[in-house]
Design a protein around this ligand. Sequence first.
Ligand code: AMP
Length: 280
Amino acid sequence: MNIAETINQVRQTVKLWKGQGLTVGLVPTMGFLHEGHESLIRQSVKDNDRTVVSIFVNPMQFGKNEDLETYPRDFQRDSRICQEAGADLIFHPAPEEMYPPQFFTYTDMDTLTDGLCGSGRPGHFRGVCTVVGKLFHIAAPDRAYFGQKDAQQLAVIKKMVRDLNFDLEVVGCPTVREADGLAKSSRNSYLSEEERKQAPVLRQALSYAEAAVRAGETDVKTIRDEMIRMIETKPLARIEYIEFVDGETLQPVSRVEKPALAALAVRFGKTRLIDNCFFQ
Ligand code: AMP
């Protein structure tokens, strides 16, 4: 496995592979890898001849008062995980490599980024779209892999690929969880012992919603009120949002008509956790 720190190194390697008729998968990450990332890498290794993993804590997608400085990093460990999962190349650029001085061009999106995480994190998806668009141009993948854990991000990237005619397939991969249901996340490492004990309530509230819909309930207010009640039994949990939206347009719905997405963000102290489920 090779490690590239410059855009040119990635371009040269990918050019060589493409010259040999090989297919390329890309897995964009911010590092501090866990089994969720690993499942994306393994899927890419299965589907493609070569796999590039990018490890870049993208400053552009962090708000002013967010955790850019404290975001966990461990490149040695990440490299081992990539190697074991079968990746061929890690792209690990410095921020100046991706954003040299006088960087003026951005990729942004309407509508899909208005609600959910977009409303609490202004500018976040502009940062995501810009960096992912750049990575698509740099690594020129045949397929790119994203987790359903970040459902809005996945929908936004799929739309960007369609709208801007990127010649690649976006592959969504299932959310990998801890044994007690908590979605794996690099940010779980911020949780105190007590917060960690209470954090599975996100998944429990979503499981309740799934069961209610299975039992025939479609009224969002009824389901949502019970989810709020469940989460509020955990004294350290602060709900940022619980939203039910159309699975494609991400616009709020008052009845669960498929396809729909239930998504939530809950804070435990300084840690912001998200999770979601699809109804289809
Ligand atoms: P991040 O490093 O948090 O930016 O995540 C990089 C990619 O891994 C994104 O496409 C995420 O959706 C995906 N991912 C993060 N956590 C999980 C998880 N628990 N299960 C599956 N995919 C995940």
